[in-house]
Design a protein around this ligand. Structure first.
Ligand code: SF4
Ligand SMILES: [Zn+2]
Length: 511
């Protein structure tokens, strides 16, 4: 239906496309399809000879390679429905779906169709992304669904192994074998993240997550007010967040916080204060953020409070103003990954998340007011091939009792960032393998994901990463004997070529 309409109206721009999609979805009472789904439908219709080849439409559906602009493709994979020890009042519970998710979310629907099998989810996703023209050699794998740390160990190991198997296109005997194979596989896992609660993070848990190949942990932090956490029945306070952040960073993980606006008990001012504290207080300072306005859904206990008029979501205007204030506070070393969840508007009773193009609306207002967000995501270089002169910047800050050194290649005005490295001088030696080590927690070069084996002129092959690593070695040398990198399994080879050796999951070099 949408495909035919797009052909009829000769849709030529992204705006035309989005208008037709939204209007048709509304009149037909269906979920708004993704471009990739439309592209699949287009190919099916073409095969059945029900439409003629339409180059324009193909390009239109393909010209939004958002997922690979950061240099890698993101693949989300859902764990099976399972209980969670949390009792958060805003969290939906739906039968047959992992806690905190609702049916209709694209990733949930995909997972449901594939019976939550990790292999099938990863394989299908890669297939679809490749079909849409994305280079799929580098995969950032995101495991989502409930609280990861609460699943049993056997399931977790099986789950991650199946993800590696899917990327390797073959089944290995065990996890270690699958990881080894992935070092040279067609689809290399360059990053792996889990989402969990701060109160589940301890030394045992981080060791296990590291063995599985994790490089980044997303913590459900939500707010920095203990009374609001209590009111929402989170079951943990900020003390746990502080501790989790510290040990995760000392073990080299990238730390992402999931934050919630508009929680019961909060106000727009309190929300802004939370973010001020987040960036000022050395106990927090996360590397990246997901900012989700609390979404009011029927499946969550919060709905009852709403019916009793004890909770009222912010208006659209208030929400946008609050997010703008937060964006103005963001330091250059933070990446705002998302400011909305994929919950379908039809499931939301009221509240900010109903505005599905929240990010675009905010961007438009910022442009009108003449300012830009300084976060990494807003400054990442896209697929520009033209090179400007680049400058090396260095920012030092205290975080969780250690020292963070953020170095980056940017243009002179710092409007675009090309490459970054997070170096940490840890506060203590958390694992024996990290004795005498400074740690590289992240090394990333932006630009269109380049095909690993091909030599082309994309930014990723310009050696910026190598230069940053050299710089990190130079900086660390004064205080440490070794440099350790928490590296995705699929990037180990890159570090080997630069003199690093695999030691208990870290790539380590004497400096
Ligand atoms: S911890 Fe997360 S998944 Fe569990 S109830 Fe709270 S929000 Fe939901
Ligand atoms: Zn930003």
């Amino acid at each position: 239906m949408i495909i035919k309409k797009l052909i009829d109206v000769k849709a030529g721009t992204a705006e035309d496309l989005s208008l037709v999609k939204r209007r048709t979805a509304k009149t037909e009472k269906i979920l708004c399809p993704s471009n990739i789904e439309l592209l699949q439908a287009y190919h099916t219709l073409l095969k059945k000879k029900r439409i003629k080849k339409n180059k324009n439409l193909e390009n239109l559906l393909r010209t939004r390679p958002i997922r690979s602009l950061s240099g890698v493709v993101n693949v989300s994979v859902l764990t099976k429905p399972y209980s969670c020890p949390g009792k958060c009042i805003f969290c939906p519970t739906e039968k047959g779906i992992p806690k905190s998710y609702v049916s209709g979310e694209p990733a949930v629907e995909r997972a449901k169709r594939l019976k939550y099998d990790p292999y099938d989810q990863v394989e299908k996703r890669i297939e679809v992304l490749a079909m849409a023209g994305h280079p799929v050699e580098k995969v950032e794998l995101r495991v989502v669904g409930g609280t990861w740390s609460f699943y049993d160990k056997k399931y977790k190991t099986w789950f991650v192994k199946r993800c590696f198997d899917a990327c390797n296109d073959s089944e290995s005997k065990n996890l270690k074998g699958a990881q080894k194979k992935n070092e040279k596989a067609k689809h290399r896992i360059v990053g792996l993240s889990f989402e969990t609660r701060p109160d589940f993070i301890d030394l045992k848990e981080i060791t296990e997550m590291h063995d599985l190949g994790a490089t980044k942990i997303e913590l459900g932090v939500q707010t920095l007010y203990d009374d609001i956490l209590k009111l929402n029945k989170r079951g943990h306070g900020i003390k746990e967040t502080i501790k989790a952040t510290k040990i995760l960073k000392d073990a080299g993980f990238k730390v992402a916080y999931q934050m919630m606006l508009n929680l019961p008990g909060s106000t727009p001012q309190k929300d802004v204060e939370t973010f001020k504290e987040l960036f000022d207080n050395e106990n927090f300072k996360p590397d990246s953020l997901k900012i989700y306005p609390c979404a009011l859904v029927k499946e969550a206990p919060l709905y009852k409070l709403y019916l009793k008029k004890k909770y009222q979501p912010y208006s659209e205007k208030t929400l946008i103003e609050t997010i703008k204030k937060i964006k103005k506070l963001v330091p250059r070393y933070v990446r705002i990954e998302r400011i909305i969840r994929d919950i379908p508007a039809t499931s939301i009773i009221q509240g900010g998340t109903k505005i599905s193009n929240l990010r675009q609306m905010i961007d438009r207002e910022m442009k009108k007011e003449g300012w830009q967000c300084r976060c990494i995501r807003c400054r990442e270089i896209k697929n520009l091939k033209k090179e400007k002169k680049l400058y090396l910047f260095r920012e030092d800050y205290e975080a969780s009792r250690g020292k963070e050194i953020f170095i980056s290649f940017e243009d002179k005005q710092r409007k675009n960032i090309y490459s970054l490295l997070r170096l940490r001088f840890p506060s203590s030696t958390i694992l024996p393998v990290l004795k005498d080590c400074a740690i590289v927690r992240e090394l990333h070069t932006f630009g269109q994901a380049a095909h690993v084996s091909k030599k082309d002129s994309f930014i990723q092959h310009k050696g910026l990463g190598k230069k940053l690593l050299k710089e990190a070695e130079k900086i660390s040398k004064k205080e440490f004997k070794k440099l350790a990198v928490i590296s995705g399994v699929g990037v180990r080879d890159y570090y080997r070529k630069l003199g690093y050796k695999l030691e208990q999951g870290y790539m380590v070099k004497k400096i």
